[in-house]
Design a protein. Sequence first.
Length: 222
Amino acid sequence: MPGTREIQEIEIIIEDIGGGGGTAPPAGGDGGDGDKDRGRRPEPPSARRYYTAIALAIVSILVFFMALASAFLVRETANDWIPVHLPAVIWVNTIVLMASSATMELARKRLARGDAVGFRTLWQVTTALGIFFLAGQLVAWRELIAQGVYVASNPASSFFYIFTAAHGLHVLGGVCALLYVLLRAFEKTSLSRALAAEVTSFYWHFMDGLWIFLLALLHLGK
C-alpha cells in the first residue's frame, strides 16, 4: 500500500540520521556507494600545483628586480652618481649563500636515500647559512653607515640599500620555508617532505642566482 511504503521510507531516513541500524539501503539502491565515498580519504593534491605556484612566484620576483635593474642602468649615467665601495663582507656573504645551495642539494640527496638524520643535519646547516647571510648583510650596512654612506647620500648608495634590502627580505622568506620543511610534521599532511624540499630548493637556488646578478650590477656600477 502507498501509505505503508511512505512509513517505511520515513523510518529509513530516521535511522540514517540517528546512525541506528544502517543495514537497509535508501531508496534508489546506491546508498552503499555513497558510504564508501564518504569513508574514502581525499586524494593528495597534485605536485603540479606546487610547481606552478613557485614558478609564478619566481617570475613575479624576477619582473620586480628587472624593473629595479633597468632603473639602475639608466640612473648610473647621471652626473650625480657616486660609486659605492662594496664592503669586503659582501664577498664573504656571497660565498656563504653559494655554500647554502650546495648543502641543500646534499640534504635532498640524503632524503632521497632515506637518510632522515643526514637530511635534517644538512638542512639545518643550510638554514643556518641563510641566517648567517642575512646577518652579514646587516654588517655590510653598518660598515657603510660608519663611512657616512646612507640611503639618501647619492643615487648609487640608494640602489645599494634597495637591492640588498629587497633581496634580503626575499631570502628571509626562503629561511621561513626552510624552517617549515625542517619542523613540519608531514606525516599528518598530504604533502610529502621530499616535494616540499624540492619546491623550496627551486626558490632558494633562484635567490642565489639573483644575488649573483645584483652583485654584478653593483660591482659594475662602480
